[in-house]
Write a protein that binds this ligand. Sequence first.
Ligand code: DQA
Length: 146
Amino acid sequence: MKILVINGPNINMLGIREKKIYGSLSYPKLIELIEEKSRKLNIRVECFQNNIEGEIINKIQSTYGEYDGIIINPAAYTHYSIAILDAIKSVSIPTIEVHLSNIHAREDFRHRSVTACACIGQISGFSSFGYLMALDYFKEAGIINE
Ligand code: DQA
C-alpha cells in the first residue's frame, strides 16, 4: 500500500522563502518528517516535488493502479489549475489537499481552491503537521491497510 506526496511550485524553497509565513523548516527536513511518520505508520511513501504543472499532472496520472492515496500541496496551482483538478478526478484515487499556511487567512485570491472539490478534504494552516495528519487519516480510516 503506497501513498504519493506531491508538492507543487516553490515548496522546494521552504526554509528560504517567506519565513514569516512558511517557517524555517526546509524542504528536505519536511520530507524527513513525512518519511519518519510513514515508517511509524507502516505506510510506503514516495515524495515528489515539481515546479511545472505538466510534470505534476504526469505524476498524478502515473498513480493510477499504483497508489492507494495522494497527499497534494498544489501550491499556487491550487488557485487556478483546472488541469490539476482534472488529473485528480481522472485517477479517482483518494486525495487530501494540504497547505502549510492557512490559505483562508491570507489574500483573497488564495481563499479559493479549484482542486479541493476533487479531494476528500483540505488541511490548511498546520505547517508540516498537515502532511502528517493526512497520513494519520489514511491509516486510521482504513484506506491504507498495511
Ligand atoms: C501554499 C499556499 C499557496 O497559496 C501558495 O501559493 C504556496 C503554498 C501553502 O502550502 O500554504 O505556494 O500552498
